[in-house]
Design a protein around this ligand. Structure first.
Ligand code: CO
Length: 279
């Protein structure tokens, strides 16, 4: 079986979103830096409340899913459907914007570390207008599997027979958080149908003869296996994989559709209140 090699490195870029939350954006930092079906990956990590306390006040989405994984901290999600979710350290929020959602994500702490990720996963054209949905997954619900040189948390998909609470939709997303001891190795099969992105956020990793440092994402080439080795300080990294949609992507801020007309419709629907009316 072919082992996937690094095809492209995407350097995370400092960015600011919401009401001024400081973050590092890798996927999605430019239109050509997406990996179908992943539209965006933001990492946020700060001990300084000025970097996060303003949060993400009320804003809309249409046409895709957002997955928020909080490593440290406490955030409150509220949306127009009446969902209210307290996201605490180690928890995940899986939100399907579908035809439309308006939500806020606000820190519930005034000091201490806030650290986590938000991933945007595109929906196929036929599912973009499905009803909005929302799910909280508490830290205790996320399976953790240990192996000789580390461990991994399964946020989505299946690893070695252990399934996450969320299996995702038609793109069959895999979302793993892998921790490796110093010089530890991680090997896994991964479906050949999937695009794969690897993102180290502690330490550094080697894939083949390439090294990825913290916040350098690696787009992997084709193959059926991945092999990752940690550097001398150990490592922690995300493995994100999913089936590509191979459909046109037209994005305008928080709306991601297939055509410009559909984006114009989304803007009109947001302005008129149709965005969040039941289909
Ligand atoms: Co949002």
């Amino acid at each position: 079986m072919t082992v996937r090699k690094i095809q492209q490195v995407i350097q995370g870029q400092p960015a600011s979103d919401g009401a001024g939350v400081k973050l590092i954006r890798s996927l999605g930092s430019a239109d050509h830096l997406r990996l179908d079906p992943f539209l965006m990956l933001d990492a946020f990590s700060s001990e300084n409340p000025d970097d996060y306390v303003a949060g993400f006040p009320s804003h809309p989405h249409r046409g895709f899913e957002t997955v928020t994984y909080l490593l440290d901290g406490h955030m409150l999600h509220e949306d127009h459907l009446g969902n209210r979710g307290n996201l605490k350290s180690g928890a995940v929020q899986w939100m399907t914007a579908g035809r439309g959602i308006i939500h806020s994500e606000m820190p519930q702490q005034e000091n201490g570390r806030m650290r986590g990720f938000q991933l945007w996963i595109n929906l196929p054209a036929k599912e973009k207008m499905k009803p909005a949905g929302y799910r909280d997954i508490q830290a205790a619900e996320i399976p953790e599997v240990s192996f000789a040189s580390g461990s991994l948390k399964i946020i989505s998909g299946i690893y070695n027979g252990t399934a996450a609470p969320v299996q995702g939709g038609s793109t069959e997303p895999i979302y793993w958080d892998v921790s490796l001891k110093r010089n530890g190795k991680f090997k896994s099969e991964i479906p050949g149908t999937h695009n794969v992105y690897v993102y180290p956020f502690e330490g550094s990793i080697e894939i083949g003869d390439r090294v990825l440092k913290m916040h350098q994402g690696g787009v992997l080439g084709s193959g059926a296996k991945i092999e990752v080795k940690a550097g001398a300080d150990g490592a922690r990294f995300l493995v994100l994989a999913a089936k590509p949609l191979k459909e046109p992507v037209v994005q305008y801020g928080p709306f991601v559709m297939n055509t410009r007309e559909e984006i114009e419709q989304a803007i009109r629907d947001y302005q008129s209140g149709e965005l969040t009316k039941a289909a």
